[in-house]
Design a protein around this ligand. Sequence first.
Ligand code: BTN
Length: 245
Amino acid sequence: MFSANVITFDQVASTNKTAAELLSLSKVDHGTVILAHEQTDGRGQRGRSWVAAPGLDVTLSIVVKPHGLRADAQFAIGKVAALAVHDTVRNYVANEVRIKWPNDVLVDRRKIAGILIKNDLVGELVMASIIGIGINVNNTSFDPELVATSIAMESGNTVDRMEVAQLLLDRFNHWWEKWDRNRGDGLVSYTDRLWTRGRWAEMTLDGEQITARAMDVDELGRLIVEHEDGQVQAYGLDRLRFVPR
Ligand code: BTN
């Protein structure tokens, strides 16, 4: 159960960093959660920073040890996390909530949560994984360039962020168990919740603008898209991006 072992800090640089340090010292095990009321150097995808308002948002990292998970199937962890965050946000927000591949969570076009995963690989296996999750809960002032929103902005109400964190961990537990029970396809809901699924959308492929529609994600975590000429191909983030990013 992922809420049974939560280590709470008033302030850390980054919960992912703290989790990595504790993991390297064997001080945390499968299921440990590092939660901080404030991050001074929150990390985002592609080397960006993640800004959360101290005492207003959810910033936490979950440590998992997914016995026997092959490195080429590691995207399952991202699906578990995205589904848990999606469930959590949807609980508070009436507008449509979607997962933007690979694992952003959006309300319409506005980003409400981000996920940063670091997997420790040994040979062909994922030995441990740190899943950092940031949810904008009560913050209501964002740089307009970020195109961001929060639960408070969407719902019109301030909410108890520790209750949000608890729900997130409950939903993470749900999806983790669902996946872990059969290691097969317990996570098909991810596909249904994909942003722009089945709709023509602007993307860049190797830097060139294209119009394509997202269909699904393959086991390697690549987005399967249909091109305008009907061709179906799977691409990783190294080649394909949504526009705007
Ligand atoms: C993104 O860029 O979308 C990913 C953002 C991930 C932010 C979370 S907040 C908790 C954890 N600690 C970090 O430093 N980053 C992640």
